[in-house]
Design a protein around this ligand. Structure first.
Ligand SMILES: C[S@@+](CC[C@H](N)C(=O)[O-])C[C@H]1O[C@@H](n2cnc3c(N)ncnc32)[C@H](O)[C@@H]1O
Length: 211
């Protein structure tokens, strides 16, 4: 299946889930590593439970995703909740449409891990480009410990295709290092990430500063 179509469907399926409007465990954890104020960009924000959380904490938030359903639902929620968030449609497999040195924080919850190693490397470089010096990247990734990996077809090291044709990258702490080395100084890099939604509690957490 085309990945865009897959995500359009998922966002409709998630409307009724109890976790969909709750700030994630990772967002609440990551907040203490952010500068006290500034501009924050969320990549793959989905329906924006974390973008809305950060906006309520006083950050100037831009929320992005490539799913029209996600962005429409997010827009309805920010109008209803009267939070101020800029919404942009951004496909992570392209260059980011933002100026260099323009954000204090780039944040992504389970959205930077759908790409082959070339595109993944490019995404990290693009994030590095748009962050201000000393700016913070906070991201949560799939883990190689996830039992679903065994059911999927391996395309390259750490990169798999599901039976529905969706590609997914699974990280380890060591493989995450290969993408960030030289461009980010790690503050947190471990496998203690968890969500309200999934059973797994060994997701890869990365929080680091632009070198
Ligand atoms: C697992 S969901 C996470 C959504 C949200 N951050 C959350 O935690 O609820 C992955 C998100 O990545 C988005 N996504 C997938 N591929 C993308 C791409 N190429 N460009 C931008 N967003 C993408 C999907 O639409 C989806 O919202």
């Amino acid at each position: 299946m085309d990945s865009k179509k897959y995500w359009e469907g998922k966002h409709l399926e998630w409307i009724t889930k109890d976790w969909i409007d709750k700030p994630t465990i990772f967002a609440q954890f990551a907040l203490k590593y952010f500068p006290k104020k500034g501009k924050l960009l969320e990549l793959g924000a989905g329906q924006g439970q974390d973008s809305r959380f950060f906006a309520r904490k006083g950050y100037g938030v831009t929320a992005t995703d490539f799913s029209d359903n996600a962005l429409r639902l997010l827009e309805e929620k920010i109008i209803k909740e009267k939070v101020n968030i800029k919404i942009e449609k951004v496909d992570l497999s392209n260059n980011l449409p933002h100026k260099g040195n323009s954000f204090d924080v780039v944040y992504s919850h389970l959205a930077l891990h759908y790409f082959d190693s070339k595109i993944t490397r490019h995404i990290f470089e693009e994030i590095n480009r748009i962050l201000k010096k000393g700016g913070v990247l906070a991201a949560l990734f799939n883990s190689m410990d996830d039992p679903e990996v065994k059911e999927f077809e391996k395309l390259e090291e750490g990169f798999y295709m599901s039976s529905s044709g969706i590609t997914k990258r699974y990280f380890t702490v060591d493989s995450a290092k290969t993408f960030i080395q030289g461009i980010f100084d790690p503050i947190v890099l471990d496998s203690h990430g968890e969500t309200y939604k999934d059973k797994i509690n060994t997701l890869i957490r990365f929080i680091g500063k632009k070198v």
